[in-house]
Design a protein around this ligand. Structure first.
Ligand code: NAP
Length: 282
């Protein structure tokens, strides 16, 4: 599995990781199996959140997946913005650690900008780092002005990543957020890389472009999409797969090599669109 340095953390993280949103609705044993196979294949970045299944995904799925193999995993969770006061963040982190049956997270994110002062959330993150409960922290769904504010508070080199919506039909981060993060050495983790399951239909014009590129490599259109989405060194993707076959397919995307011409073809089929100034979220 190809790995990349995760922003300013210096930690090496696989380009393709694994999401866990809505897994509480999937067959539990199947989802656990898919995540474990994903780990075996090197997709060791596991993304979860206290929000997912109201703690059930952390507690009854991810904890089971990482049991006995914690050191292999780059484990990420997120605090709910409503909980993100200073004390609330410390408590939320303890709760997640308990649910996950571990003593540390590799990265802890503010799920989206919320009602509490960012100073308080970030102060709690730093305290958790000092206490050895976090190896790093980051943000999610932050626009450029929100990132600027976070860097003003925390100083340079502290924000590990910005986790943002990024798939072929939603490339808005390419207008400003992506380059801004690159300049600040902040990893950009693209969530919902398959549009939360709303993937271009094979019979559509766009779907046919993906299928043609895929066929030339003996790959799947999903792998082609993932490869496009991690085509810059700052980018990571975290597809969610509750089926083993999907996990295998996603992991194999890491070895796919697309030519500049193929990337340009995909770029043309899925145009960036104009800049509305807003950062889209799912
Ligand atoms: P997604 O990864 O865009 O799409 C998941 C869907 O694609 C599922 O239906 C899955 O099916 C299917 N799938 C996965 N691999 C496939 C493959 N190789 N071939 C065909 N189908 C495939 O959805 P997502 O869950 O919205 O996003 C991924 C992760 O990003 C989340 O799980 C979460 O961890 C994170 N996220 C973060 C935020 C945030 O605000 N920070 C927001 C949304 C998501 P099966 O499940 O049946 O295998």
């Amino acid at each position: 599995m190809e790995k990349r340095v995760f922003g300013a953390t210096g930690m090496e993280v696989p380009v393709i990781g694994q999401g866990t949103w809505q897994m509480e609705n999937d067959d539990r044993a199947g989802a656990i199996r898919a995540l474990q196979v994903g780990l075996d294949l090197g997709m060791t970045h596991i993304d979860t959140a206290e929000l997912y299944g109201r703690g059930r995904v952390e507690e009854s799925i991810v904890s089971e997946v990482i049991a006995g193999r914690r050191d292999e995993v780059f484990l990420v969770s997120k605090v709910m913005p409503n909980n993100a006061t200073y004390e609330g963040t410390l408590k939320a982190c303890e709760r997640s650690l308990k649910h996950l049956r571990t003593d540390r997270l590799d990265c802890y994110l503010l799920h989206w900008p919320g009602p509490h002062p960012l100073e308080d959330t970030l102060r709690a993150f730093e305290k958790l780092v000092t206490d050895g409960k976090l190896r790093s922290w980051g943000v999610s769904n932050f626009s450029v002005p929100e990132l600027e504010e976070a860097v003003r508070i925390a100083g340079p080199g502290r924000i590990a990543c910005n986790q943002v919506l990024y798939h072929l039909e939603e490339r808005a981060i390419e207008h400003t957020v992506l380059r801004w993060c690159e300049r600040a050495n902040i990893a950009v983790v693209g969530y919902s890389p398959f549009g939360n399951g709303n993937f271009p239909k094979p019979q559509s014009a766009k779907g046919r472009v993906l299928a043609e590129v895929a066929r030339a490599h003996g790959a799947s259109p999903y792998q082609v999409a993932l490869r496009f989405l991690v085509r810059r060194p700052s980018l990571f993707a975290i597809p969610k797969a509750s089926r083993e076959a999907h996990a295998r397919d996603n992991a194999a995307a890491a070895t796919l090599k697309l030519s500049a011409q193929e990337l340009a073809r995909i770029d043309e089929a899925f145009p960036l669109g104009r800049d509305s100034g807003d950062l889209p979220v799912i």
